[in-house]
Write a protein that binds this ligand. Structure first.
Ligand SMILES: Nc1ncnc2c1ncn2[C@@H]1O[C@H](COP(=O)(O)OP(=O)(O)OP(=O)(O)O)[C@@H](O)[C@H]1O
Length: 298
């Protein structure tokens, strides 16, 4: 796979504060990578370096081989900030035409870009009358100018309602399918879990882990939870047959290590018709996130 963004052993110091320490990360064409981390973990610092807004203290970053901030890199990168602001008196079309002119592109593409983000009918309305979701879409339309190879999205769905979030991710999936590399920072773990290919977790400036959800689960080796619903009257038999099982109002719960998972499932299967229902719950991204992003003193 072609790496669009390459970051290697990046360190950034602000005086005495080390905001990033030896961070290496790559994002390939078509990949959607989530950058997670608590407040102050270093996400914005990393994004600013990728955009060429600040320099690293050590290490390198490159976009398709070009230095961040160079004309070659800027042509390939689009950025959507968390709270995108536009002039409220301009219409969506006017705003996009303006951006297209600034980028040296044909302003007549404005209508097509707005239609692409689902704002085809709202283009002639003033942005001041748009909802937050609509403004975010104008931001995305602006980011799509010139078909960038790397999209950097900072908390792109914060403040959006569930339907607007889903639409946003659908658009993002389409762009990734066309070959764009996507790096998005987020605190919304549940949606990131479902809608990205890889997850990178920063904690106090260090990259704690980077991989797909199954890879993170294997690395963390957190316990698996199983909830068994017994057939009437068999609850006690099930608790007696399974070590570590505890009785809940709604059924029987047990946890086991990843290594014991298959053996435990075999034990449950051996209980035959005493078991009405079984739910296996692997660790969620929230569990993995707290595992990997432990702060000092926690
Ligand atoms: N210009 C600066 N001068 C000094 N310290 C800074 C500067 N910018 C960031 N920092 C520090 O660097 C660390 C990382 O900050 P950064 O803004 O990159 O975190 P973040 O992960 O984006 O946090 P958030 O989720 O709150 O936006 C923090 O300790 C922050 O206080």
């Amino acid at each position: 796979m072609t790496s669009i963004l390459k970051i290697s052993t990046l360190t950034k110091r602000y005086g005495d504060v080390t905001a990033l320490r030896d961070v290496s990360l790559e994002v390939a064409a078509g990949e959607r990578v989530a950058l997670l981390g608590h407040n102050g973990a270093g996400k914005s610092t990393l994004i600013k370096i990728v955009l060429g807004l600040i320099d690293a203290s050590a290490g390198q970053a490159s976009v398709l081989g070009a230095a961040p901030g160079s004309a070659a890199a800027r042509r390939q990168v689009a950025y959507l900030p968390e709270n995108v602001a536009f002039h409220p008196a301009l219409t969506g079309l006017e705003q996009l035409r303006h951006y297209l002119s600034l980028r040296g592109a044909d302003p007549r593409q404005a209508g097509e870009l707005l239609a692409r983000v689902g704002l085809g009918d709202a283009g002639k309305r003033r942005i001041g009358t748009y909802s937050k979701g609509m403004r975010q879409r104008v931001g995305l339309a602006q980011a799509l100018i010139g078909q960038p190879k790397l999209l950097v999205l900072d908390e792109p769905t914060s403040g959006l309602d569930p339907v607007s979030r889903r639409n946003f991710y659908d658009l993002m999936d389409g762009l990734a399918a066309e070959g764009a590399a996507i790096l998005l920072s987020s605190h919304a773990l549940t949606e990131v879990e479902a809608r990205t290919d890889r997850i990178a977790i920063l904690s106090e400036g260090q990259l704690m882990t980077d991989g797909s959800l199954p890879q993170l689960r294997r690395r963390a080796n957190l316990p698996v939870t199983m909830i068994i619903t017994p057939h009437n009257g068999y609850g006690s038999d099930i608790v007696a047959a399974l070590p570590n099982a505890i009785r809940l109002d709604t059924g029987v719960k047990l946890t086991c290590s990843q290594d014991e998972k298959l053996a435990t499932l075999a034990q449950i299967a051996a209980l035959g018709s005493k078991v009405a229902e079984l739910e296996v719950m692997p660790p969620s991204l929230e569990d993995l996130y707290s595992h990997f992003s432990r702060r000092t003193g926690e």
